[in-house]
Write a protein that binds this ligand. Structure first.
Ligand code: GLN
Length: 492
């Protein structure tokens, strides 16, 4: 039975169509694997009844030749996506047992395409973090371990439940969200593929908001082809999100395997950051060499304002978060802690409901938006954001088709290792990813090699707005050249 877990979705799709096995059989294999993998803490809610009911519906549609694009795909859903009739918490105590009466646009689309929901996946509280350790449910554990060690490692954040589940083969694919790196960094830490599409490609409707001008949904998948299939089913215009783009969703899967001959790939010199480990530098050079060998032209480019991206992000994101999180007041959603009057009720609820990282962000956000500091911090950060965006525009206008960078400054670190350091250490994880959110561009993380102690390492490709196709083609070349080996050994 367990060999059912070995198939990618593209492979399983063919076998489901040929009736080699049923969607119910595939789903059962995943449900058994989920039970066996509980020590990983990837799921915060398992929904086996829903899964089996939807799988049976899939089998019925396959039998009548009405299979959708994700028919029978056993899917994990980040707990940031509202799911109709199924508890949604954003992994925060403040949402309590909140059970939405509606489904997010993205998960509804996946459901309509035939996906089978296995359950809700762990994430950092309100998606704030880089290790998933801020979750009210505790951190998920990375299925990877350093060679010769059984120290638990983080699965990255904030979509650490999604990355752990896909890497451990307890979900065939997963939804995730990325505000500053939360799809790409967890994918990088687990040897999976994660793409943050262009801002506007996926509707944010029904996704718990963190920083609305930066948040985007995307998939974490086992390989590039599966990521392309999943994104195709998640994307699309939605009039309920005014920033959702009204444009055609291309056939992303068709881009996988397309030649990269003649493409110009930029290597931004500013990403050669101080103290970059030699193995990350070597991985980056290797990636460039593979693309050159596949016929691409690799050129050095400059993204001058890169060093201001992280500080500007940590003004813009908390500012928007402090505003978005004002709605959690104990009146409309989830948990309530009573007080003598309404003000005390708000205060008690928010004090008990939000964890320390979320409180830090609300305080920073409120500070930078306050009357005396708005121009000095918030307005200035927005100006920096424009400059960062312009850097990319200049590079793309100069004929560059995609930009290659490392995805993260290191391999996965140990549980507790960074969380006990300063918050700024943790924020540095996103040094290569936040620029992409600030500029609204698409970015993909693809496994490309291993660290000295046997952990997966990834490269990032950044594309022109709405040109995810070039990212899929280029990432597939890197995936092929890297030659696989990104399935962790089972120890749980
Ligand atoms: N690690 C970043 C943060 O904490 C990004 C998180 C995300 O992309 N959701 O804000």
């Amino acid at each position: 039975m367990s060999d059912l877990l070995d198939f990618t979705f593209a492979q399983a799709r063919t076998k489901l169509a040929a009736k080699d096995f049923s969607a119910v059989e595939l789903t059962r294999a995943y449900l058994d694997a989920i039970e066996a993998a509980r020590p990983l803490n990837a799921y915060v809610l398992e929904t086996p009844e829903i899964a089996l009911a939807r799988a049976a519906e899939s089998d019925a549609r396959i039998a009548t030749g009405e299979a959708g694009a994700l028919e029978g795909l056993p899917l994990g859903v980040k707990d940031l996506f509202c799911t109709e009739g199924v508890r949604t918490t954003a992994c925060s105590r403040i949402l309590g047992d909140f059970t939405p009466p509606y489904e997010s646009f993205v998960t509804q689309k996946m459901r309509d395409a035939g996906a089978v929901m296995l359950g809700k996946l762990n994430n950092d509280e309100f998606a704030m973090g880089s290790s998933n350790e801020t979750s009210a449910f505790g951190a998920p554990v990375n299925p990877w371990r350093r060679s010769g060690s059984d120290a638990p490692l983080v699965a990255g954040g904030s979509s650490g439940g999604s990355s752990a589940a896909v890497a451990a083969r307890i979900a065939l694919g997963a939804t995730a969200t990325d505000t500053g790196g939360s799809i790409r960094q967890p994918a990088a830490f687990t040897g999976t593929v994660g793409i943050k599409p262009t801002y506007g490609r996926c509707s944010r409707w029904g996704i718990v908001a963190f920083a609305s001008s930066l948040d985007q949904a995307g998939p974490i998948a086992r390989d590039v082809r599966d990521a392309a299939i999943l994104l195709g089913a998640m994307a699309g215009h939605d009039p309920r999100d005014s920033t959702s783009a009204d444009r055609e969703v291309p056939d992303f899967e068709a881009a996988v395997g397309r030649s990269v001959k003649g493409l110009r790939i930029g290597l931004p010199k500013e990403y050669r950051v101080d103290g970059m480990p030699a193995e990350i530098e070597a991985l980056w050079e290797q990636g460039a060499a593979w693309l050159r060998a596949a016929g691409a032209e690799v050129v050095e480019v400059s993204l001058q304002h890169t060093k201001y991206a992280l500080p500007a992000y940590y003004i813009v994101a908390p500012a928007e978060a402090s505003s978005n999180l004002a709605r959690y007041d104990g009146v409309r959603y989830g948990a309530r802690v009573p007080g003598r009057d309404i003000t005390e009720m708000y205060e008690n609820t928010r004090a008990a409901g939000f964890g320390p990282e979320v409180r830090r962000r609300i305080m920073i956000g409120s500070y930078v938006l306050s009357a005396g500091y708005y121009d000095a911090y918030y307005v200035r950060a927005q100006k920096v954001r424009t400059l960062i965006k312009r850097d990319f525009e200049t590079v793309f206008a100069g004929g560059v088709d995609a930009i290659l960078t490392p995805a993260t400054p290191s391999a996965a670190f140990g549980v507790g290792e960074m969380a006990n350091a300063s918050p700024v250490e943790m924020y540095l994880n996103d040094v290569f990813t936040v620029t992409v959110n600030m500029a609204g561009l698409p970015g993909v993380a693809v496994p490309a090699g291993k660290s000295a102690d046997g952990l997966p390492l990834a490269l990032q490709l950044i594309g022109r707005p709405f040109d995810e196709e070039t990212l899929f083609s280029t990432a597939a070349v890197i995936e092929d050249a890297a030659g696989g080996g990104f399935t962790p050994e089972r120890w749980w």
